[in-house]
Design a protein around this ligand. Structure first.
Ligand code: ZN
Length: 395
């Protein structure tokens, strides 16, 4: 059986608590599997068929799952019923960036139903961003049917976010410092709002629905316009650290004689491994960053080859440190880091002279992230869905 969420206090008597716990376990399984047979639920949960039937019926009554006959198979006997997420509950996903705010509607099962990028002419203050998001949400509401229920809002922030209350401690490229962003947006929208670092949410999305499914220990490293971030899943759970700031791989030192970083350090990974330098060398503008991998493949310019090799070597230093510290089974690379890796996949696989201790790296795989442009929408919606998944009976 899956353990109860830490910090949850049982309510009611122990039978009631057990029922709520089982409802949560089933809803999480249906959410992550997107379709699961009743017989499989019976197996996984170790409960008898009638108990599973009653629990699923309660989730159907609450419009959280649906049940349907499986396709006919050649197996003897009645086909097992298949349980899927209901399309009723939706989470709102938001990603404020320096040049745009993206807002999406995501269903259970990590299904992105709609996503809109709202371009900005200036870097938004936190107060600007709250007003814009509230307006975008108002525009979006008519497209939702009466069957849809918004369970909450999840915000993917390019910066450090305090886990306890969604306070943005520092989003350097947005220029936000100690902004109570989740509280402000909650006040403006009258919806529950949760916020976390964007790379943390990328790790959660890849772990639940992307390249990290079924992998208990993984590291997601994202490279974007505003730098490099990391998210760690350890033993199946997001690694937050004491206050929510774990995973800042972008500010680990990879070059002692490198450039000064805004964090006060020198030679940080994100000051040395930079998207702009690569775009400039291959002659692409920021809007065409998705074509970096093709540009590397097509280029025979030795300057491009040398810079790619230099950046991969420095990324390997950071990866070596992370592997020695975390012993992940899988490292998923997002954004321009995936393009960099594709230019010479063996470079990171070998680690060259920067090899970690052999045992720490022996089961390691390094791959591009799988979810593409929907990644942050899916990750942010995971935040919005969490209270529902933790206790479906309270919804
Ligand atoms: Zn730094």
């Amino acid at each position: 059986m899956v353990e109860a969420e830490p910090g949850r206090t049982p309510r009611g008597n122990s039978n009631d608590h057990l029922r709520r716990h089982n409802l949560s376990t089933i809803l999480r399984l249906v959410h992550h599997e997107r379709a699961i047979s009743r017989s499989r639920l019976t197996q996984v949960m170790g409960l008898n068929r009638s108990t599973i039937g009653a629990l699923v019926a309660e989730l159907v009554d609450r419009d959280l799952v649906t049940e349907s006959e499986a396709e006919a198979t050649r197996q003897v006997g009645r086909p097992s019923l298949v349980v899927r997420p209901s399309s009723g509950p939706v989470g709102i996903a938001v990603n404020p960036e320096i040049d745009a705010i993206t807002i999406g509607v995501v269903g259970l099962g990590g299904t992105v139903l709609a996503a809109t990028r709202h371009p900005l002419s200036h870097i938004p203050t936190a107060v600007d961003a709250v007003a814009i998001i509230a307006g975008l949400l108002d525009d979006l509401r008519p497209s939702l049917t009466t069957a849809h229920r918004i369970v909450g809002v999840g915000v993917a922030v390019p910066g450090q976010v305090r886990a306890s209350d969604g306070l943005v401690r520092l989003a350097p490229h947005l220029g936000w410092r100690d902004e109570p962003f989740a509280a402000l947006l909650q006040e403006a929208t009258a919806l529950p709002v949760f916020a976390d670092n964007d790379a943390h949410l990328g790790a959660r999305a890849e772990s639940a629905f992307g390249g990290g499914r079924g992998v208990g220990d993984l590291l997601y490293i994202n490279g974007g316009a505003s730098g490099i971030g990391g998210g760690v899943i350890a033993n199946g759970r997001p690694l937050t650290g004491a206050d929510g700031y774990a995973g800042e791989l972008g500010h680990t030192m990879v070059n002692p004689s490198g450039a000064a970083c805004h964090c006060g350090g020198v030679g940080c990974l994100e000051t040395e491994v930079r998207r702009e330098r690569l775009l400039e060398l291959v002659g692409l503008d920021a809007g065409a960053a998705a074509s970096l991998a093709e540009a590397f493949a097509a280029s025979d310019d030795p300057a491009v080859g040398a810079e790619v090799d230099r950046q991969l070597g420095l990324l390997a230093v950071a990866i070596r440190n992370a592997v020695n510290l975390l012993n992940p089974r899988l490292i998923l690379l997002g954004g321009f880091l995936a393009a960099l890796h594709s230019a010479a996949p063996q470079r990171l696989a070998d680690f060259g002279a920067d090899r970690p201790l052999a045992a720490s790296g022996e089961s390691l795989q390094i791959r591009p992230a799988a979810l593409g442009p929907d990644l942050l929408m899916i990750g942010a919606a995971e935040l919005a869905f969490e209270p529902l998944l933790a206790d479906p009976a309270s919804f």
